[in-house]
Design a binder for this molecule. Sequence first.
Ligand code: PAF
Length: 281
Amino acid sequence: MQIIKTIHELHPIVKAWRKEGLSVGLVPTMGYLHDGHKSLIERAVKENDRVVVSDFVNPTQFGVNEDLASYPRDIARDAALCEKAGAALIFHPQPEEMYAPDNCTFVDMNRLTKGLCGKTRPTHFSGVCTVVSKLFHIVTPDRAYFGEKDAQQLAVIRRMVRDMNFDIAIVGCPIVREPDGLAMSSRNTYLSEEERGAALVLHRALSLGEEMMRAGERDTGKIRQAMVDMVEREPLAKIDYVEIVDSDTLEKVEWAASSVLAAMAVYIGKTRLIDNFTFEN
Ligand code: PAF
């Protein structure tokens, strides 16, 4: 399996696949791959003739005081995982390859990106939409695979694809969890042993919310408050947000009448973790 670093090298490879009539799947990642990414790659391998995994820590989606410099990176380990999972190649560009020094074009969206993670990360989704658009243009996949853990990102990308007429199917894949329930994330490596235990509160609180909905509760105010109370009982946790929104519009709902997304972002020490569940009525 090859590691390709430039667009110039990647283009003829994809062109040759196309000439043979092969379908192409793309799994966009920021690297430091875990079993969640592996499940995306394996699904892509099942559904496409060739799979490209992009491995790029995208600077434009990090805010000024965020963890761009310390974000974990290990391309050798990533390559081994991709090869085992059946990917055809890794696209691993440097930031200069993706962004000209005088780059001044960004893809932005004025709905879906203001609430939830967008509240404390106001430039994040513009960075995501910009880099994902670039990857779509560079790789020209038939299908692209994203994890449901980043539920807002998935909704934003689906909307961008619709609005910008990308002829690409977006495939959402289920959250992969550790045996004790913690959603897999490259940022879990930041947690100390004590914080790792405290981080379980996200899954516990979401499970409580889901149980309440299954039992017939539809008042989102009550459900949200129960989840907030549970997180607040954990001394190492600090809530960024806990919200229940419409899964498609991401607008807050008072009554869980249709498909709703219950999502949270919680700081455990200095590490910001996200998790969610979707409830279909
Ligand atoms: O989900 C991620 O890892 C990133 O936001 C993505 C989609 C690869 C864009 O950089």
